[in-house]
Write a protein that binds this ligand. Structure first.
Ligand SMILES: [Fe+2]
Length: 291
């Protein structure tokens, strides 16, 4: 091979960088092509960064749905979605998140705009969500996150004592009702209520988080209204601006976040009746919160 050919041969990129984006959470990962399998050492570094920063922002990606599934499977078991969010027939494990109506037209609002953690109504709530930008509005359409470890740490001692042994019921039925929709019998059978520790210990880091959000309904063993009031009080505390991190999407972004300690919501801070906002979502199954 001539020197000239060697000089023009594309280099295989093996170096990458992880840079913190704020003191609260989030790190940017540059220099990786997630369409390619990660070697074991890189996988370990990504997993460690995921535990440390809780939200990873991979820049410059352009994954097909199949490639997103392959990327996701490197970190755990893919999780199915609710019966209504089955995704497309050929790849049901990739859920298409969009502001489009059934005719494919922007409908003027975004879904998932209330604070929540994905699939917290399951007995083994989702460990991680991977969300890849496909079509973004010219600006806005942010996703905002809350650090539920920092929120727990910020509780007064009396409240920590009050919640230490409580279990919170997470209910898909209630959260759909709050959005004005009654579940079908099939949906209800597919996603029954489940209770979890309200002060949830992270299975990998040992840190405690407040485990609430829009699926959180009430407290097991307490009168409904009193338990509901506590859930809402904790959510109000946790979602203060000082515990929030805002992600402004760039083309090519792929986010991976830890559902065990973050809440998130989409924000319609763009003209959602004009511009499409489309993302591909995969989820990794977590572990049961109770022995
Ligand atoms: Fe979500």
């Amino acid at each position: 091979m001539s020197a000239e050919m060697t000089a023009t041969r594309p280099e295989i990129k093996t170096d990458f960088a992880i840079t913190a984006l704020s003191a609260l959470m989030a790190a940017e990962v540059t220099g990786l092509d997630l369409a390619m399998p990660l070697d074991a050492a890189v996988q370990r570094q990504i997993h460690a960064a995921f535990l440390e920063h809780r939200l990873l922002v991979f820049r410059g990606q352009n994954l097909t749905k199949e490639e997103q599934v392959a990327f996701t499977e490197q970190f755990g078991t893919l999780e199915r979605h609710t019966t209504r969010n089955r995704g497309t027939a050929n790849l049901p494990l990739v859920h298409i998140v969009s502001n489009l109506d059934e005719d494919g037209k922007p409908m003027g609002r975004v879904r998932s705009d209330m604070w929540h953690t994905d699939k917290s109504f399951r007995p083994a709530p989702s460990m991680a969500t991977i969300l890849h930008a496909v079509t973004l509005p010219p600006e806005g359409g942010d996703t905002v996150f809350v650090d539920m470890h920092a929120a727990y740490d910020g509780l007064d001692a009396a409240t920590k004592d009050e919640i230490v042994d409580l279990r919170v019921v997470h209910s898909w039925e209630l959260s759909r009702e709050n959005e004005g929709r009654v579940l079908s019998a099939e949906e209800l059978a597919d996603a029954p209520d489940n209770a979890h520790p309200l002060a949830r210990v992270h299975p990998e880091t040992g840190r405690t988080a407040i485990f609430v959000g829009m699926h959180a309904s009430h407290i097991e063993g307490k009168p409904f209204d009193a338990g509901r009031a506590l859930v809402l009080r904790l959510e109000e505390h946790a979602t203060q601006p000082r515990y929030q991190y805002r992600h402004s999407w760039r083309p090519g972004d792929l986010l991976m976040w830890d559902n065990r300690c973050l809440l998130h919501r989409a924000e319609a801070n763009f003209d959602a009746a004009t511009y499409p906002r489309i993302l591909h979502r995969t989820c990794i199954r977590g572990t049961p919160t109770s022995p």
